[in-house]
Design a protein. Sequence first.
Length: 121
Amino acid sequence: MTNLVDKPVSNMANISWNDFKKVELRAGTITKAEFFEEAKIPAFKLWIDFGPELGEKKSSAQITNYTLENLVGKQVIAVTNFEPKQVANFMSEVLVTGFVLADKTILGVSDEGVPNGSRLL
């Protein structure tokens, strides 16, 4: 019988608590969403409100299994301290989190609303 506790969860290297604390995962509400026509892979342009401390940030997200109407008003969890990344003619400032499945991506969200800008620990 194999002891599952001894099996590695993944092939990724372990990180320390201090490494994890460097990643800023924050809640924000999508205020505007548009189809990203210039993107090579189908994507949306998102504008996300992270509250008074961080303000509004932009993101390019490959979450086209959602509709634009369903995204506006949705609170999501995003990495807010990545370096901005130019995607075609759009500067993506944050990374929206989600679970990538074979046929769709499921957004990382809170099961209850929290104040925009709240940090996930």
